[in-house]
Design a protein around this ligand. Structure first.
Ligand SMILES: *Cc1c(COP(=O)(O)O)cnc(C)c1O
Length: 231
């Protein structure tokens, strides 16, 4: 399409294409096959209409971080057969409800939540989230506690551990943080051989995450534009 006739320049389709191009370029620079990467578009605070537009553009993987909002969107868009990734902190008392619509839970971070997510009836894919900061409110298990929590997930029915998730700390170079997550992933694979995936990389740092082996990118504003101000 030529520059002059491109509709909606600066719009959603263009941002999606730009990020997809950036991912392919970053993968090529890292010597990786882009087919190894799952791009999740994080749509928290965004209206359902925006998710419908993204679905029409071919997006299948959506990320949400607030339970009530995610539950309502998943119900409204049920017919589109999308894949839902829950990426926010999960309250224990909401755990069963989250697993009812989420295909993948990225934020398993404590033993009590593992117990709350247990099920004899179905299996949900999950990541254990690692906290790379000293601030416990940011979610995630401290690296020193990781092996014990992974053992707990492995011995719990209804959870299939597929890897580790992390958010790079604010204000620091992201790449060393992602390298740390990759190393932690290699450590736990010694006893959790299926935990090979790495959910890391957001709008500002996905290229660094790809270099360090990310398999699941969680990208919001670079694709959606700014989030509406939350209430
Ligand atoms: C909001 C969010 C993202 C996406 O962040 P952007 O900077 O908008 O790309 C990714 N991961 C988690 C856990 C989030 O809460």
């Amino acid at each position: 399409m030529s520059e002059s006739v491109r509709p909606g320049a600066g719009g959603l389709a263009e941002r999606l294409t730009a990020v997809q191009g950036g991912i392919v370029a970053a993968a090529a620079a890292a010597g990786r096959d882009p087919a190894e990467l799952t791009t999740i578009v994080v749509t928290k605070f965004q209206p359902v209409s925006l998710l419908q537009e993204l679905a029409a553009l071919g997006v299948r993987n959506f990320g949400e971080s607030r339970h009530q909002e995610a539950q309502a969107k998943a119900a409204e868009l049920l017919q589109l057969d999308l894949t839902w990734h829950f990426v926010g902190q999960v309250q224990g008392k909401k755990a069963r409800q989250v697993r009812a619509y989420a295909d993948v839970i990225h934020s398993v971070d404590r033993a009590s939540l593992v117990d709350a997510l247990a099920s004899e009836d179905s299996v949900v894919d999950c990541f254990v989230q690692v906290n790379l900061t000293d601030d416990p409110s940011r979610g995630g298990v401290a690296p020193g506690e990781l092996p014990k929590l992974v053992e707990h997930v492995l011995s719990t029915a209804g959870l299939r551990l597929i890897g580790l998730m992390a958010v790079a700390p604010l204000g620091a170079e992201p790449r060393p943080s992602f390298a740390r997550v990759r190393e932690l992933g290699e450590q736990i694979q010694q006893f959790a051989p299926n935990a090979k995936s790495l959910s890391m990389g957001m709008s500002q740092d996905y290229a660094e995450a790809i270099i360090e082996g990310a398999t699941h990118l969680r990208i919001g504003t670079a694709i959606t534009g700014n989030r509406p101000v939350s209430g």
